[in-house]
Design a protein around this ligand. Structure first.
Ligand SMILES: CC/C=C\C/C=C\C/C=C\C/C=C\C/C=C\C/C=C\CCCCC(=O)SCCNC(=O)CCNC(=O)[C@H](O)C(C)(C)COP(=O)(O)OP(=O)(O)OC[C@H]1O[C@@H](n2cnc3c(N)ncnc32)[C@H](O)[C@@H]1OP(=O)(O)O
Ligand SMILES: Cc1cc2nc3c(=O)[nH]c(=O)nc-3n(C[C@H](O)[C@H](O)[C@H](O)COP(=O)(O)OP(=O)(O)OC[C@H]3O[C@@H](n4cnc5c(N)ncnc54)[C@H](O)[C@@H]3O)c2cc1C
Length: 667
């Protein structure tokens, strides 16, 4: 970007920055080569003239919008494929594939589920022969798939799914059926008109026995004509709050037959005669969900970084109101309330990225152990993935909404891109495991851990802190980062203990455990949240500390300020918990507040530099308010002029309706 086109405010902001932005970019990417690789691909994709829209997506009809998304995503796939052929393209991280798709369509790609769930399920749940047959075709997009699990009647309760797969040993086939309206598959992305295959999660029956839900590889459309195969009823579910171009669909089966070997057989198998071979652990069927819950943290970090870039740059460009009489209007970023809205979101993006990487490494390790037959760590991984996905998606949505509000009226414009990002992030609270449902899964793990505390057993690593805080004494508070982390752990332990006690107190004679659990579930969710906050604080602080030692002192200082801001912000937000479970005093809280305000002031001069460090191209940002050059007002006007309503000075509705109305009023 030529600096002479950049508005004066952003030029000044960039001059103020105390660290090398390039260094931060490389840190986020994971090295100089990774930055170069990413930028090269982004450049090829974003400068392809076929990708540029003449009419902005939001003015298209629902149907046109989908068709445009498909057209452009096919171009993207073509480019990505050429790249893969040209070079070994291992460095282009999978999360970058999500990132680049934002440079192609503003909303979600109809191919998202192909990359994000169809391929991972084939890779992780097929046996070797199946993998060899299907994965190359899916990778090259010779076949296009999705993940069809949720039904009209059931999403959270997977055991309640109603689609049936009944084995017929005479033909060595499974017969798929949708027995009633509520058993229609409902929601899968790309299912409606994009995919010709899908993973169908269905209840398995063989030899008259029911064996629970299993994944099946199912072709739903003819490869040549794309016409739905006989016995398949498929279509689109209609417009939503967001995800307009995701092509979410419904699917029903009528005695639809698939070969026996189309059941994914890495974990459980059905033999030719219908004999069922059990999986080592029936929860391995849920493996793709664990995988996606883990990688969602990266996507959330990225979406937050987009929203942060938009809101921070806009806040530097925008002037509003006078702080002192006769002085120029302030850049809105200089109002401390504005910094309070902005900087926690910026910091949260870094926290999600580093905790996401830690979770990813844990996932890789546990998966490797599972491969060797050791399932010991699976419950802990599941509990971690559940609460982190749930809390981070909810936090991300709150932060994006705050960024939107921070942009005032202009943040309400679709052209700011904040409403679209809002829709994308809000959806993540529900999909891949609804918030409360996942929090209660983690609570199950915490209750078991508390049993372990009472039995003086050694606990697994992420809950081992519970033993330290098992007595009733309030924990000694210290106004340090270590003190804050310890305070969060004390709160988590205290809440876990109380939720446990609440279940016991509800367990009167004649009460089932499940009813007691339900009665105590608000406290259980609260305990899960506290546990998750303790993890977010502990891991982000230790990771940011580690990273700060790998970079220049100037950048290291900024990383630590961001990490400390996160801890301090949440200490203040959760002061009630800290008052309950630690010896924190009102004077300590006042000190925390003062430190928080100090951190806002320290971050302020680097704010634009920090969001520049996310290195998000204008085409990927897609925002009138957030572009690198800060020409906010020119862009808002340019975009407004693209409204089809502005193509004619008088709209025909005037003559048809308004004028007759006015004439009638005269009579
Ligand atoms: C680094 C990145 C690499 C690659 C990335 C590649 C490309 C990137 C490109 C794109 C990104 C891709 C995707 C992500 C991004 C965006 C997403 C975009 C689109 C949206 C997709 C959305 C898709 C979906 O929503 S699919 C449907 C998801 N559905 C759910 O999540 C349902 C939630 N419900 C459940 O999980 C379960 O039913 C339940 C857990 C709630 C209950 O199950 P069940 O009743 O069977 O169990 P319980 O009786 O409660 O418990 C029994 C015991 O089992 C334990 N348990 C449960 N689940 C698991 C599990 N998964 N693993 C291990 N153990 C489990 C449970 O804890 C109980 O144990 P206990 O000992 O008895 O207590
Ligand atoms: C944008 C989007 C994309 C999606 N993509 C896909 C996809 O590609 N493939 C796919 O298979 N699915 C997909 N889904 C479906 C998604 O996974 C489900 O919507 C999600 O798992 C929640 O299930 P549900 O809709 O049945 O909600 P419900 O389970 O009906 O939840 C409704 C309410 O009931 C509460 N509740 C439910 N059970 C419990 C419980 N045990 N304890 C306490 N409270 C409970 C919930 O907390 C919630 O408040 C998608 C959904 C969305 C929104």
């Amino acid at each position: 970007m030529a600096e002479h086109n950049v508005c004066v405010e952003l030029v000044r902001e960039r001059q103020k920055c105390t660290f090398e932005v390039q260094e931060l970019i490389h840190l986020i990417d994971g090295g100089i080569t990774a930055t170069e690789e990413r930028r090269e691909v982004e450049n090829v994709v974003c400068t392809d003239p076929r990708i540029k829209d003449v009419v902005p997506e939001e003015y298209l009809s629902h149907k046109e919008r989908y068709e445009n998304a498909i057209r452009k995503n096919c171009i993207l796939q073509e480019i990505l494929k050429k790249y893969t052929e040209k070079r070994t393209w291992d460095n282009f991280r999978p999360s970058n594939k999500y990132r680049i798709s934002s440079g192609v369509v503003k909303d979600i790609s109809p191919f998202m589920l192909h990359t994000g769930m169809f391929i991972p399920t084939l890779v992780n749940q097929s046996d070797d022969e199946q993998k060899a047959k299907w994965v190359p075709k899916a990778m090259s997009m010779e076949i296009i798939g999705t993940y069809a699990q949720t039904e009209l009647g059931h999403g959270s309760f997977i055991r309640g799914l109603e689609t049936t797969a009944t084995y017929d040993p005479n033909t060595e086939e499974f017969v798929l059926n949708t027995p009633n309206l509520t058993s229609y598959k409902w929601w899968p992305g790309g299912l409606a008109h994009t995919a010709n295959h899908c993973i169908v999660v269905a209840q398995l029956y063989s030899k008259g026995q029911h064996y629970g839900v299993h994944p099946f590889f199912v072709q739903i459309r003819d490869i040549e004509t794309h016409v739905p195969l006989p016995g398949i009823k498929v279509g689109e579910i209609g417009p939503k709050l967001g995800f307009q171009t995701a092509n979410n669909g419904f699917l029903g089966f009528e005695n639809f037959r698939i070969p026996r070997r189309n059941m994914l057989m890495k974990n459980a198998q059905v033999l030719k005669d219908g004999t069922y071979i059990k999986s080592k652990n029936d929860k391995l069927t849920y493996g793709t969900m664990v995988f996606v819950r883990v990688i969602i943290l990266f996507d959330l970090a990225f979406e937050l970084s987009r929203a942060a870039t938009i809101a921070v740059r806009y806040s530097a460009v925008r002037h509003q109101s006078q702080l002192k009489a006769n002085e120029p209007e302030l850049q809105i970023i200089d109002y401390v309330t504005q910094q309070h809205k902005l900087f926690i979101g910026v910091s949260t993006s870094h926290v999600f990225r580093v905790v996401g990487l830690w979770l990813w490494n844990t996932y890789v390790k546990v998966n490797a152990d599972i491969g060797k037959g050791n399932m010991d760590q699976l419950p802990e991984l599941h509990a971690l993935a559940c609460c982190l996905k749930a809390v981070c998606s909810r936090d991300a949505a709150a932060r994006v909404e705050e960024f939107r509000l921070a942009c005032g009226g202009h943040g309400f414009m679709t052209s700011s891109n904040l409403p679209i990002i809002n829709g994308i992030v809000s959806a993540s609270i529900t999909y891949e495991g609804e918030f409360s449902v996942l929090m209660l899964q983690t609570a199950r793990f915490l209750m078991k851990a508390w049993n372990g505390v009472l039995a003086r057993k050694t606990l697994t690593p992420t809950v081992s802190y519970l033993s330290k805080f098992s007595n009733s004494d309030r924990v000694q508070w210290a106004n340090t980062t270590a003190g804050i982390i310890s305070g969060f752990q004390a709160a988590a332990a205290g809440k876990t203990k109380e939720a446990y006690a609440a279940i016991q107190s509800y367990l009167k004679p004649g009460t089932d455990y499940e009813d007691a659990w339900n009665s105590a579930s608000v406290q259980l969710v609260s305990a899960s949240e506290a546990h998750c906050r303790a993890i977010l604080c502990e891991i982000s602080w230790s990771e940011m500390q580690r990273l700060s030692k790998t970079v220049s002192p100037n950048l290291g200082k900024v990383l630590l300020e961001l990490a400390e801001l996160y801890l301090t912000y949440w200490s203040l937000e959760k002061r009630g918990d800290l008052l309950m479970y630690t010896t924190i005093s009102t004077a300590d809280i006042a000190k925390l507040q003062a430190r928080y305000e100090e951190l806002l002031a320290l971050i302020r001069p680097n704010a634009v530099g920090i969001v520049d460090g996310f290195d998000i191209r204008d085409e990927i940002l897609n925002s009138t308010l957030g572009a690198y050059d800060g020409r906010v007002y020119e862009r808002l006007m340019e975009e407004a002029k693209k409204s089809p309503l502005n193509a004619e000075p008088v709209n025909e509705s005037f003559h048809k309706y308004i004028k007759p109305l006015m004439l009638k009023a005269k009579l």
